[in-house]
Design a protein around this ligand. Structure first.
Ligand code: ADP
Ligand code: ADP
Ligand code: MG
Length: 673
């Protein structure tokens, strides 16, 4: 039976909401956005034909309230709902509530979701269907003794998983019997706190794995196909950061076998719609003939679906709409196989600090233009633009940058070009880290595995220090910004120390990384602008061009050649973005009076609002630099706060379980007597 979708409500926010609406607009389907208090000015709201307010900023008071979504459909006459990913996308009760209200859900049947919701039950189901699963224990007996005995039987190292876990949470690696008790308790607690279910499974820890998953699709007539694999092996905290298709080095035989296993998994549960069957591949002896095992099935559209779209030329959201309308899949397996072409790579741009344990960051985005001109094989999927805030309430993903090429090398080059030309400022991001990862020779060679980032920590997780030349560039950016902003279009009038008969000159002050004061001398001469600092001189013809309110492009000439930089200048800092680095230079507050001296470097403040989970020290304890002090949960992640220097713990007043504000003083590390 077919039905037509005329108006579709997207029960999500950010990039996936925008992505779904783009297809609807192309197909002439009206769109409805929903939004929380925090998202009144969000891009997904601006993009939709209609928008409905659904509650306060915390997701559990808005995006996660199924009844509000159903109400919004009634109010606007939407006849279908796309859930995106996360939020309600894998919630069978939500699918049923929509069905009861006569609204089409763009996802599988509630029963399919239930079958795959818990990792243990899903593994059992797959085992019975003849799909290989990671050896392990996924039984009902959850006693500590049984779990410990099973871990022994499986053989260390093992991985403990919360059966209800997701997003890389609720997992613990265990290397020996002495650690098993603590790991079981930790994983159980995380499962209960984050997913409301402390049930665990144990499986063999694969020591050199690759994550390779298959995109599957099913329709109401019972057809099921796959649209090839995606390799998502580059991960931090068990979460994907770089994804690509096809998987480097995967043989046609292995692709066929994995594709068949994935289709078998979909057929076993009568799957309708888009889904992903995730496999883990043991590449200890290389990828050739490597064993692969079913890990889990995600019963929704996946974050990394664009790489599949790029190699098949298909729009997967359009497929979801067709299937939801009761139509047959548009292509058969053989037809899909003929279409596969080239290679695609995606990176996830996150508001997070790779140099600080990937701690999520919040703030207002300065530079970032998801609509910038791009090459034919380049694509940005984003839900924010300059001026938008990344808040504590939602996932810190800013967007995804994707590129296609004839082959893997060309795709990587096109993606490096796209990332290099996409400046982001205003908050810590993983942009430079992504560029370094894409340029890493082992990545280019296709030697990817889930331990890649740790194995290359030396090149990937090291933040370069600011040099003298960087301060000089910052000074040029300040002048360029004045010119481009039009507030001060005559450069000569900007000179503080301008005196007749002398070359116009100016001193600009910045705060050095070590707390020192950095003075840059600016000299305007016929040859252009010369900025000098103790150990460097940079001369620039600052032909600045203001692209947007936040955005200035700077052309600088120095001994090393001509450089093009993006810059954002505000009263506190200058952000400079090159094709490989993002540098934040602090402007010195002339009138002083900042009380940052009062909080010595030993004061530990909460980096963002969150909950204290565990306190590992007490007042009077002597600690070493780098020693864990407390564990807090912020933005859905556990963060370990470590001692910035050696000393004695003092002023610790918070208790485990307390909610703390961003910037709250937690404790201090005083000098040892
Ligand atoms: P993918 O393989 O598509 O990345 P993930 O499981 O990592 O799948 O999650 C996709 C998105 O949904 C991520 O942005 C993640 O933060 C979010 N997410 C995953 N599980 C949950 C959950 N249980 N509750 C809320 N958000 C979740
Ligand atoms: P989630 O629901 O959080 O996505 P998964 O079961 O898909 O949980 O696992 C997430 C990641 O954890 C995988 O992509 C992989 O990197 C790692 N992982 C999962 N199972 C194993 C295993 N048995 N051995 C080694 N790594 C694993
Ligand atoms: Mg997974």
């Amino acid at each position: 039976m077919t039905r037509r979708i005329r108006k579709l409500l997207v029960a999500n926010r950010g990039e996936i909401a925008c992505r779904v609406m783009a297809t609807c607009q192309r197909l002439g389907i009206k769109t409805v956005a929903v939004y929380s208090d925090a998202d009144r000015g969000a891009l997904h709201v601006a993009m939709a034909d209609e928008a409905v307010f659904i509650g306060a900023a915390p997701a559990r008071e808005s995006y996660l309230v199924a009844a509000r979504i159903v109400d919004a459909c009634r109010k606007t006459g939407a006849d279908a709902v796309h859930p995106g990913y996360g939020f309600l996308s894998e919630n069978p009760a939500f699918a049923e509530a929509l069905a009861d209200a006569g609204i089409t859900f763009l996802g599988p049947k509630a029963a399919s979701m239930r079958a795959m919701a818990l990792k243990g039950a899903a593994k059992k189901l797959m085992e019975d269907a003849g799909v290989p699963v990671v050896p392990g224990y996924h039984g009902d007996d959850q006693s500590l003794e049984t779990l410990a005995t099973e871990a022994d039987r499986i053989g260390y190292p093992v991985l403990i998983k919360a059966v209800a876990g997701g997003g890389g949470k609720g997992m613990r690696k265990v290397f020996g019997a002495s650690e098993i008790k603590a790991a079981i308790e930790g994983a159980k607690r995380e499962g209960e706190n984050s997913f409301g279910d402390g049930t665990l499974l144990i499986e063999k820890l694969i020591e050199k794995p690759r994550h390779i998953e298959m995109q599957v699709f099913g329709d109401e007539a019972g057809h099921a196909v796959h649209l090839f694999e995606r390799d998502c092996s580059l991960q931090r905290r068990h979460q994907k950061v770089v994804e690509e298709a096809p998987a480097p080095g995967m043989s046609a035989d292995m692709r066929r076998a994995m594709g068949e296993a994935a289709v078998k998994a979909a057929e076993a549960i009568g799957y309708v719609g888009a889904g992903t069957v995730e496999f883990i591949v043991d590449v200890a002896n290389g990828i050739d003939d490597a064993p692969f095992y079913f890990m889990e099935m995600n019963t929704r559209l996946q974050v990394e679906h664009p790489v599949t779209e790029m190699i098949t030329g298909q729009d997967l959201v359009e497929w979801q709409i067709m299937v939801a309308e009761g139509k047959n899949l548009p292509l058969s397996q053989d037809e899909i196989e003929l279409l596969a072409d080239g290679h695609a790579v995606e990176v996830r741009l996150y508001a997070e600090d790779p140099y600080g344990g990937f701690l999520p960051s919040i703030g207002t985005i300065g530079l970032f233009d998801p609509f910038a001109d791009m090459g034919p094989g380049q694509r940005i999927d984003a839900g924010v633009r300059a001026g938008d805030a990344v808040s504590i309430h939602y996932d810190p993903m800013i967007g995804k940058l994707i590129a296609w090429g004839q082959d893997r090398e060309a795709a990587i080059d096109a993606l490096i070009d796209l990332v290099a030309q996409t400046p982001v400022s205003g908050l810590a991001t993983n942009r430079d880290f992504l560029l370094a990862a894409l340029r890493e020779p082992d990545f280019r060679a296709g030697d990817v595995h889930t331990g890649f980032i740790e194995a290359h920590a030396d090149t990937l997780l090291h933040k370069p220090e600011l040099s003298g030349a960087d301060y000089a560039l910052a000074a040029l950016a300040v002048v360029a910004n004045r010119q481009a902003g039009g507030t001060d279009s005559d450069p000569w009038s900007a000179m503080d120390n301008f005196r007749l008969g002398l070359p116009a000159s100016e001193k600009m002050l910045f705060d050095g990384a070590d707390g020192s004061l950095v003075t840059v001398e600016l000299l305007h001469s016929d040859a252009g602008l010369v900025a000098s600092v103790a150990d460097a001189t940079v001369s620039g013809t600052v032909s600045a061009r203001s692209v947007a309110q936040y955005d200035t492009i700077l052309h600088v000439e120095s001994e090393s050649g001509r450089t093009r930089l993006f810059s954002e200048v505000n009263s506190d800092q200058v952000t400079l973005v090159t094709t490989d680095r993002t540098m934040v230079v602090k402007r010195h507050a002339r009138d002083g009076g900042l009380d940052d001296e009062m909080e010595g470097p030993g004061t530990i403040v909460s980096p963002m609002p969150g909950k204290i989970l565990e306190i590992k020290v007490k007042n009077g304890d002597a600690v070493e630099k780098g020693q864990p002090l407390l564990i807090m949960e912020a933005m859905k992640m556990e963060q370990t706060i470590t001692a910035p220097r050696a000393g004695t713990v003092a002023g610790l007043g918070v208790a485990a379980g307390t909610q703390v504000a961003g910037g709250a003083v937690l404790l201090s590390i005083e000098d040892q007597e």
